[in-house]
Each structure stands twice: as C-alpha cells, then as structure tokens.
Design a protein. Sequence first.
Length: 156
Amino acid sequence: MEWSRVAISLEDDTESNFKDSLASIVGLDTDAYASHHRFMNDIPHLEDVMQMHGKSMEGGILFSGGSNFNSAIKSFDDAISNLGAIPMESGLEIPINSNVIEDIVLETTTIAGRQIVRLIAPERFGGILEIFSLPFGSEFDGAIWNGNTLRIDYKF
C-alpha cells in the first residue's frame, strides 16, 4: 500500500493572512514536533538515548508491535465525531488549530476498493493523526484551506 500526498489549495482571501501568520511563529509559539526536535538535538551527552529514540521512531509509533493496520482505519462517521468535523453534501470541514498549512499532511490510498484518508496536523502540544475511510462509493476530490478549517471534498 502506498500513500499519495494531496495538495491543499488556499482560498484566495486567506493567502495574505496565511503569509502574515508565518512570520509570527517564534519563541514558545512552536509545534510539538519542532520543540521535540530542538530538545533532542540539544542533548549531546545523551547520545545512547538519542540512538535508542531514533530506532524506536524508525518503525513508527502508530503501527508498531505487529498491530493490524486495518484496525486503525476509522469509519467516516467515527472520524467526523473524533475530529469535530462538519459534514457537508459532498465533503466535510475539519477545524484545525494551526496557522501553518505547510505542517499539515493529507494523504490518500485505496484499500479493498475504499478510499482512505490520512490527516496529520501537528499543533502546539499534540495534534491530529486520523486515518479514515470516505463514504462507500465516493472518491477524494480535493482539499481547501480556509483560515483554520480544512475542507475535504469527495464525489460519488
């Protein structure tokens, strides 16, 4: 199975606000990934710990230990509930507490004839990691970023 990264479009009226928000990300206003990376690179006296940490991260933390990948895929309805998303006729809107669209990863794949979506959105302390199937018979049709909302469109 291979994931395909999806381009997220910007709505026209948010592009200038988005560029302004990028300039304001400094100091303590950073995401968990950047803080973790900075911390791990600033402890040279713990080289053994860093090597073990790197080995544990290589395999990934979501599906380690031989767990079944299919059990991690949520139904469309469960994803809406977990994400606090707003379902629409041909898509859904997901509120995301991030101003940095470049950190958001949206990927798709197909398993057993169903379109699967993986959303990774790091936030200041944590974030979103959600894998879910689109409604039966639908396929991904695009993604648009509008402020703090990601709209995922699909078609039947």
